[in-house]
Design a protein around this ligand. Structure first.
Ligand SMILES: O=C(O)CCC(=O)C(=O)O
Ligand SMILES: [Fe+2]
Length: 217
């Protein structure tokens, strides 16, 4: 799981929430498909047609963000929704669809739009083979995880949990390769901050670039 706090600024969150407030919500079951999710999905989703300008703006922002480019290499977004859990709503354990239209889903994300002090429950819980990992970050944070991982959203007991969720096809299909590139990019950025863009930095860049060429699809 990757968390990027401050992915959206407080001002952007506030502006987007104002826009969302003008759009009606409908039963989330409408998009649950044929998987297990249909039995366990109890939430609301923004009307995708009336709110398309909002999800289009978020999609463009997410696909062009430099921090995401160097961590998960997004190629395209298969689907993007705004969802809301009011008291009593939850999303039981499930896995997400592997394909959305012509796109493969490599990563799922939740972009949290509500501050955790405004609601109780609503934790996003990922069930890895080594145990569970829970996320309830500040508003503006984005949490990304491999789409193959089983996950759930705990029942909200106070307030409303508002978020943008979506699915990314990455240029790099495998998480093990994305992790290598992510950490090499981290080392590169720190090296250049300390030493400037010298010959070693450029040799490093060349090799990261060659790995990207070998692995991207
Ligand atoms: O609301 C969330 O954070 C996750 C929603 C989810 O798992 C889904 O829509 O498939
Ligand atoms: Fe899901």
């Amino acid at each position: 799981m990757i968390t990027i706090e401050g992915f959206l600024s407080d001002d952007s969150c506030a502006r987007i929430k104002k826009e969302i407030a003008k759009v009606p919500f409908e039963d989330g079951l409408k998009t649950a498909g044929v998987r297990m999710a249909a039995n366990v999905k109890r939430n609301l989703q923004m009307d995708p047609v009336k709110g398309q300008h909002i999800t289009d703006e978020l999609k463009t922002f997410i696909l062009n963000d430099k921090r995401l480019k160097e961590t998960v290499y997004p190629k395209d977004i298969g689907r993007i929704f705004i969802n809301r859990y009011d008291p009593g709503m939850e999303y039981g354990i499930h896995s997400d669809a592997p394909m959305m239209g012509a796109l493969r889903t490599d990563l799922s994300f939740t972009l949290f739009l509500e501050d955790p002090s405004e609601y109780d429950g609503g934790d996003l819980v990922m069930h890895y083979s080594h145990g569970t990992v829970t996320a309830k970050p500040p508003k503006g944070a984005i949490v990304l995880y491999s789409t193959g991982v089983m996950h759930r959203v705990e029942k909200v007991t106070r307030g409303s949990r508002l978020a943008c969720v979506g699915w990314i096809q990455s240029f790099i299909r495998e998480e093990s390769k994305r992790e290598i590139l992510r950490e090499l990019n981290f080392v590169k950025a720190n090296y250049i901050t300390r030493n400037g863009h010298d010959f070693l930095a450029d040799l490093f860049l060349k090799n990261v670039g060659n790995l990207e060429r070998l692995w991207s699809e």
